[in-house]
Design a binder for this molecule. Structure first.
Ligand code: PLP
Length: 397
């Protein structure tokens, strides 16, 4: 099938919900993607943060191949070795005490589970989410997502969900009532512009939740598995939630979501109250086990911290030299560069020059490259970005 035909078919038959970039990607390896014409790109989109261990990681492929010959589906009502293997691995690396796991198929589902669990455990209906939050687009997760563009066509959403300003402890405190059962927070807000929780914020929220018997949920769907230079972003502030939501890179590219909670919290679910046909299927579990092994064996968490520092320094350098750059934010290999204008044209010109970046709001470039990206690729990507920013500066100033 040629490029035009593929684009026509997707444009005709695929739900028109994605803002498309005009390339047909057919191959990937590590931090590199190739389009249908063989053109090479440095991938700073990383499958929207999924490709942590790199595209087509050999260990993940091996695990998928082996498991696919043995068993692909095994419902949660039967025991399975690949699932047990993953559960043991994930609990071993999880924040301390979060030793009970619900397995699903996506980030939004991991959030759905967390919200239901918090209501069931606390017996209190109200949920406080943060301004600028993103937790997914299913109706429950969407209820805790801030952006009006996503929410307003689908009102009414879940009742008793309200928003407090991210980073402002006093205002969060003021939002709490005797009906508050849960607070849900992303330690670093990814979709709305890469905003890092200010120091002290998560710790104080933790203390308030302890004091008032509120379930603290961290959504680490984008920040987890080493992305920010720690296995979990909450480690940057030494805070452990009651429930953590994981997905994206967990299974090397296969769909898998996980909600981890303290046993006493998870056991408030009774048999049948929250299940999923595909949740914990052996194929995704085997891929996830291989992914976790790879992250640990290849020390990808430290790698994200070290390479992230190099990457961020280059971004900061570009900022210093160009007035059209407003800010650089982020930790590890979860980085953002805010410009003073809509970045669409810059994204498109990046593609022309062999660099794939992504939006995080209309004027923030987001970088979520595979953690296996190397220094040379980072410098090459930043050389391209510097040219793009210089070109823009010439036309805009
Ligand atoms: C922090 C966060 N939560 C939830 C989600 C939703 O995940 P999914 O798209 O897999 O449903 C995302 C996806 O970008 C996310 O970044």
């Amino acid at each position: 099938m040629n490029e035009t035909k593929i684009k026509n078919i997707e444009d005709n038959y695929f739900a028109p919900v994605y803002e498309k970039l005009p390339i047909v990607i057919t191959k990937g390896q590590g931090a590199i993607l190739w389009d249908i014409n063989g053109k090479e790109y440095i991938d700073c989109m990383g499958g929207y943060g999924v490709a942590i261990v790199g595209h087509c990681n050999k260990k993940v492929i091996e695990a998928i191949n082996e498991q696919s010959k043995k068993l692909i589906i095994c419902h949660g009502s039967l025991y399975n070795d690949a699932r047990a293997n993953l559960l043991e691995k994930i609990v071993k690396i999880a924040p301390k005490g979060l030793n009970n796991v619900y397995l699903s198929n996506s980030g939004a589902e991991a959030v759905e589970c967390a919200l239901k669990l918090a209501r069931k455990y606390s017996g209190k209906p109200e949920i406080i989410a943060m301004t600028r939050s993103y937790h997914g687009k299913t109706l429950g997760a969407l209820s805790a997502t801030w952006n009006q563009k996503y929410r307003s066509p689908f009102l009414p959403l879940l009742p008793d969900v309200k928003f407090a300003p991210f980073g402002e402890v006093e205002k969060v405190k003021n939002a709490i009532t005797e009906k508050t059962g849960a607070i849900i927070v992303e330690p670093i807000q990814g979709e709305s512009g890469i905003y890092v929780a200010p120091d002290g914020f998560l710790k104080e929220i933790r203390e308030i939740c302890d004091e008032k018997n509120i379930v603290l949920i961290f959504d680490e769907i984008q920040t987890g598995f080493g992305r920010t230079g720690k296995m979990w972003a909450c480690e940057h502030w030494g805070v452990i939630p009651d429930v953590i939501c994981l997905a994206k890179g967990i299974a090397g590219g296969l769909p898998l979501g996980a909600t981890l909670a303290k046993k006493e919290i998870m056991s408030s679910f009774k048999t049948g109250e929250h299940t999923s046909t595909f949740g914990g299927n052996p194929l995704s579990c085997a891929a996830a086990s291989a992914t976790i092994d790879y992250i640990l064996e290849e020390k990808l968490v430290d790698r994200a911290a070290n390479l992230g520092a190099i990457f961020k320094k280059r971004l900061e350098n570009i900022k210093e030299n160009h007035k059209i750059v407003r800010d650089v934010r982020g930790l590890g290999l979860m980085l953002g560069m805010e410009l003073r204008f809509d970045i669409k044209n810059l994204l498109l010109r990046g593609i022309d020059k062999g660099l794939i970046m992504m939006y995080s709001g209309k004027n923030v470039l987001r970088f979520l490259p595979p953690l296996v990206i190397n220094k040379e690729q980072i410098h090459k990507a930043m050389d391209i970005l510097e040219v793009l920013v210089s070109e823009d500066e010439k036309t805009r100033l």
